[in-house]
Design a protein around this ligand. Structure first.
Ligand SMILES: [Zn+2]
Length: 305
């Protein structure tokens, strides 16, 4: 599908891109400020459709949001992001990969899988030269700290519209085909407190970046769908912690690979994938009383019975 750019509201355009069969949604405010940079190939598509933003705000460091920043920077855009995002995306592709897919996660995947995954990132992400971390001169745009999905994440508010990107995950992502994921959460306290913050902000519209369940086909969430999306996000985060704890309490010490497998199985997912390991790490940090046995580089986790 070709990328489309449509008017969403006064001075707001919605950019509807696709990424591995998933939606990838961006916003353009006042024909000048692009919310998220997408990937290198998508950034090129956006630019070739006539979008030449003065400013690009990167919501978080993941390559489908930050990867194209360098493309726009080269064409004169000023790129904005949090200090934590800057700390990853302005260095090397290698530093980016070790943040997202560290060696301790890679050991659970085949060499072929790892090579393919890393090749994909290298095609989509280029380090950005310079990131502006001061948002004071952004007119009509409020940048709100939104850790939880990833450290240093941001949500962006313009009028009554809140661009939540990946900061809130509903009950996970699906494309009804080969992609089925649990919510990707790196810090549960931050994730849950962000949902409360958004409930207080009471936006009229929420724009997530991908196909988050249960409203996986809507690029824009309003009214009861918006409310339900927030409460579903909260419920599933709580379920992840509960299921993680149950697994640890009922089993002998589990390796990270096996624990992740059992966790995913409880959510109807049978295949391991790298992003699941991030949520898994966050669950283990959140649960109290988890013990670790180390054998070489491999760790085994359990709760004392
Ligand atoms: Zn993300």
């Amino acid at each position: 599908m070709k990328l489309s750019i449509e008017s969403l509201d006064k001075d707001v355009e919605i950019i509807k891109a696709t990424y591995y069969g998933l939606n990838l949604t961006l916003l353009l405010i006042d024909h000048d400020t692009l919310l998220d940079a997408s990937t290198q190939p998508i950034a090129k598509e956006i630019y070739e459709q006539g979008v030449c933003p003065g400013k690009v705000i990167i919501s978080h460091c993941h390559h489908d949001h930050s990867g194209g920043g360098e493309y726009f920077e080269k064409r004169g855009s000023v790129v904005y992001g949090s200090k934590i995002t800057a700390g990853t995306v302005t260095f090397t592709t290698k530093s980016y990969i070790s943040n997202f897919f560290p060696t301790r996660h890679q050991i659970w995947f085949s060499t072929n899988y790892i090579e393919g995954f890393i090749k994909g990132i290298e095609n989509e992400f280029k380090p950005i030269g310079n990131i502006t971390t001061n948002f004071n001169n952004l007119k009509n745009i409020q940048v709100i700290d939104a850790g939880g999905h990833t450290a240093g994440g941001l949500v962006v508010k313009h009028g009554n519209i809140l661009f939540t990107n990946d900061a809130i995950n509903g009950s996970g992502i699906t494309n009804d085909n080969d992609i089925n994921m649990i919510p990707q959460i790196s810090n549960f306290e931050a994730y849950l407190s962000l949902i409360r913050k958004i409930e207080e902000i009471k936006p009229e519209m929420i724009i997530p970046s991908h196909n988050y369940k249960p409203f996986k086909n809507d690029r824009v969430l309003e009214g009861s769908k918006l409310t339900e999306f927030l409460s579903e996000s909260k419920n599933v985060a709580a379920k992840l912690i509960m299921v993680g704890k149950q697994i640890l309490e009922s089993e002998d010490p589990l390796s990270l690979g096996l624990f992740t497998k059992l966790l995913l199985h409880n959510f109807g997912i049978e295949e391991l994938y790298p992003q699941a390991f991030i949520t898994r790490d966050a669950i283990l940090r959140y649960i109290k009383g988890v013990n670790i046995i180390k054998e070489g580089e491999v760790e085994y986790f359990y709760i004392k019975k």
